[in-house]
Design a protein around this ligand. Sequence first.
Ligand code: SF4
Ligand code: SF4
Length: 418
Amino acid sequence: MSMHEAHERFVSETGARIASYLDACVRCGLCADACHYHQASGDPRHAPVMKFQILDRIYRRHRDPFAPLWRLLGRGRDPDPEELKELRELIYDTCSMCGRCTLACPMGIDTAQMVWIVREGMAAAGLAPPVLEQMARRAKKAGSPMGIDPQKLREILDEVSREYDVELPLDKDRADILLLDSSLDFNVYRPTLAAMAKILNRLGLNWTFSTRGYEASNLGLFTGDVDVARAMVARIVEAAEEVGASIVLAPECGHGYGSIRWEAAELLGFEPPFEILHISEFLARLHREGRLKLRRKERSLTYHDPCKVGRRGGVVEEPRELMRDLVSDFREMHPSGILNWCCSGGGGVVLLESAREVQLEAFRIKMRQVEDTGAEGVIMACAFCHYTFDSSAKHFGWDCGIEDLVQMVAEQMVVEDA
Ligand code: SF4
Ligand code: SF4
């Protein structure tokens, strides 16, 4: 695609849906204080409002009722190719689409959504970061961004089954629950995958993985490629319908949960005909019903709220219900819940070498938050946050005692004799 075509695509993709938000912005700058990248770098370009200024210019010149007049008066200008390239830094390297700025905006502007719209324009123009684009293409073709196709999935499940001595059903004809998992769990955090299976098996639930749809993570949402995002959620819906599942269980993957729970209906144009729950939500429900009993341990731990599970996903209390029964001394970070600071790696940021410096700087905010609690360790409920913590803590030589919520539940659940 030529740069001219890229520019045309960008303009056509980004113009239509944003007028009310753009008109509402009063340039107060309150969103700037809410953004961890802006806090970390101090660079005014990293303020959330600056990340979608380009949309404002495009809107004025092409969609505003007075657009011909603006053009006649020479107001604003279209983004030039160099500018679109530089936009990558603002849209991909310094935004995890965490939504914290959205909460801060007194005008109710969904600034994170604005970033997504710019990402859509960038993806359509072929300007998404190559590493994310490659992963998105692989996901569309193979079913997973790390190339885990159905055959590879079978091999992984066999390996996990043998290594952790757990049964992992695949392609059952009928099941009440379709379980998803993320590439990070399939590859890196296999103990979490095994833990989910152990819990579901011990509770005697009828569940399965499906080769038709198993990958929770959705790279289309990172790049801004709607076709990939739609294809990924469509696979899951087809898989759930095929086995007759009434529940689709999203694993510890924040954006994966958000994509199937909150984005699928818009992407597909219909409500998926089943319930969609984050694994912590599901386990808390069983805990409340008395079906999942936990042994409490004498420990002091805190919890990192994944943005797409808590702030953007609405699952805030459920993991806490479990954690208060898992540890004797559960300590909140400040702020926490919907105001929690992002881990600094979401939205694909941790995968971008170009973002490494600012991501690590932003991670310092998280380090301070954890250390201020004085807790022995910090609990994760998202593989992406987990990976960001692992890689960043390694960089700083910081021993923060990372724990995983699902693994803790598997280890501390009370198994009653049959
Ligand atoms: S969504 Fe999060 S990372 Fe993106 S601009 Fe807003 S606060 Fe910053
Ligand atoms: S907080 Fe809202 S109104 Fe204020 S500058 Fe940011 S986007 Fe605009």
